[in-house]
Design a binder for this molecule. Structure first.
Ligand SMILES: Nc1nc2c(ncn2[C@@H]2O[C@H](COP(=O)(O)OP(=O)(O)O)[C@@H](O)[C@H]2O)c(=O)[nH]1
Ligand SMILES: [Mg+2]
Length: 201
């Protein structure tokens, strides 16, 4: 059995740190000093995670964020259980754009759980950059959503916590879990069917 139980999609403007967040979470590393590489269309990766003493296969879609690929990005919202909408606290433009992603997402996947993620916390902590998005605005805006995390892909701070919260929330959601269980049963059936048709002689 290998299909993903949960689908998470990452949204947000170019350069806010979506790809770095996924790489930190999945591969536990940070590519500092390497030249910026725009994600083309979207990239997919998966990770095994635990919640409530059970194992889940989590699929993560990292989208491009560029307007050039927007029509394509919409394809990746479909069926998403959760979305992480990233912004850079030092970039007001990335915050303004966030509303757009939220509206887009809601038109395609009404029930999708939404998490805001302020990126590059290490740069704020060291005073390398100045905060442009006021904290009270973020707090007000996050109220109707499933959570807000301030992360650093460089240090790893709050990255695991963000993904763990998403999976824990999905596991607690009976509607989501019903679909997950049904998909697992279906997959098992298909596996059994394949094995039956296989000739061992
Ligand atoms: N210091 C620091 N730099 C980061 C962090 N996350 C991303 N970056 C840098 O920001 C730039 C854009 O990151 P990337 O993940 O490619 O952004 P994307 O376009 O949203 O996928 C890259 O130069 C990263 O090294 C972080 O947490 N801390
Ligand atoms: Mg990227």
């Amino acid at each position: 059995m290998s299909r993903c139980d949960f689908k998470i999609v990452l949204l947000g403007s170019e350069h806010v740190g979506k790809t770095s967040l996924v790489i930190r979470f999945v591969n536990c590393r940070f590519n500092s000093g390497t030249p910026y590489q725009n994600t083309i269309g979207a990239a997919f990766c998966a990770k095994q995670m635990q919640s409530h003493d059970r194992e889940f296969n989590v699929g993560i879609w990292d989208t491009a964020g560029s307007e050039r690929y927007e029509a394509m990005t919409r394809m990746y919202y479909r069926g998403a259980h959760a979305a992480i909408i990233c912004y850079d606290p030092a970039s007001l433009a990335s915050w303004t754009r966030l509303r757009h992603w939220l509206q887009e997402l809601r038109t395609v996947e009404e029930d999708c759980k939404v998490y805001l993620c302020g990126t590059k916390k290490d740069l704020l902590d060291t005073g390398t950059v100045q905060r442009e998005v006021p904290e009270d605005i973020i707090a007000t805006y996050s109220q109707g959503l499933h959570g807000h995390f301030l992360t650093s892909s460089k240090t790893g701070e709050n990255v695991d916590e963000l993904f763990q919260k998403i999976v824990d929330d999905c596991v607690k959601d009976l509607k989501v879990m019903k679909i997950v269980e049904e998909a697992r049963v279906q997959l098992q059936k298909e596996d059994n069917e394949k094995n039956k048709n296989y000739c061992y002689c």
